[in-house]
Design a protein around this ligand. Structure first.
Ligand code: SAM
Length: 219
């Protein structure tokens, strides 16, 4: 198994903002994400996240981006994934827009980022990930996939964004569960696809968070 990553210390106020934010990422995976983002940001290219939700993981990308003088770009339609809808396991009624009767995580995300003092380092794109990927025009230093967890969404995220990842850049995938008893298999399937493509080497494993380095041009 790949070794656990070590990165620079996360500033205490950034860690506090991460821990206070709504979201799904545990601290150990957050530290691994921050280490990967710090390493990738040294390429001088933007860091891209699919799946903003309320900004918990975005805070860590933003801090790494700030240090390196690059931008973190985060993409979400802000209407929630399947498992976050009313009646499902991860639903949070406090992020429903009562006027339109749909989830809207954008206001909470904006508040989170403002309170963390990181607004200037993040470009938030509101839209469907495949549509945004189609109009995206430049190379990326990091692609972090944490959007929809169905095969349809995870595959579209992989096929939409990985072609933009620069050689030497990092692909990070969240919620990779080799054992179906632990969780859905779509992120695991794109993780396996990346490894089988021959275009990636795995450089760290932290619970369900996997970090792979792009070593070739395929997907
Ligand atoms: C698991 S949450 C992201 C969690 C976040 N990274 C964190 O650390 O708290 C997944 C997010 O992906 C978004 N999402 C799902 N499918 C999407 C798609 N096709 N395009 C854009 N966003 C999508 C949902 O709206 C949801 O906010």
């Amino acid at each position: 198994m790949a070794p656990r990553p070590t990165g620079p210390e996360v500033p205490p106020e950034v860690l506090a903002a991460f821990e206070a934010a709504k979201g799904f990422m545990p601290a150990d995976e957050g530290l691994a994400l921050h280490a990967a983002a710090t390493e990738a940001a040294a390429l001088g290219l933007p860091l891209l996240e699919v799946g903003t939700y309320c900004g918990r993981s975005t805070i860590l990308l933003a801090d790494a981006a700030r240090t390196a003088g690059v931008s973190a770009v985060t993409v979400d339609h802000h209407r929630g994934s399947e498992e976050q809808q009313p009646g499902w396991e991860y639903h949070d009624p406090t992020v429903v827009d009562s006027e339109v009767g749909l989830m809207d995580t954008l206001p909470t995300f904006r508040r989170t980022l403002h309170l963390a003092g990181l607004e200037d380092h993040v470009i938030a794109v509101v839209g469907r990930s495949p549509a945004v990927a189609r109009v995206w025009g430049g190379p990326l230093g990091l692609v972090f996939i944490d959007g929809g967890h169905t095969d349809e969404h995870a595959t579209a995220d992989y096929e939409g964004w990985v072609p933009h990842l620069a050689e030497g850049g990092l692909l990070v995938i969240h919620d990779v569960f080799p054992d179906p008893a632990d969780g859905g298999q779509a992120p695991y399937r794109i993780h396996q696809r990346a490894l089988k493509s021959g275009a990636f080497d795995e450089i760290s494993v932290t619970n369900s968070l996997r970090v792979l380095r792009r070593t070739g041009s395929g997907i």
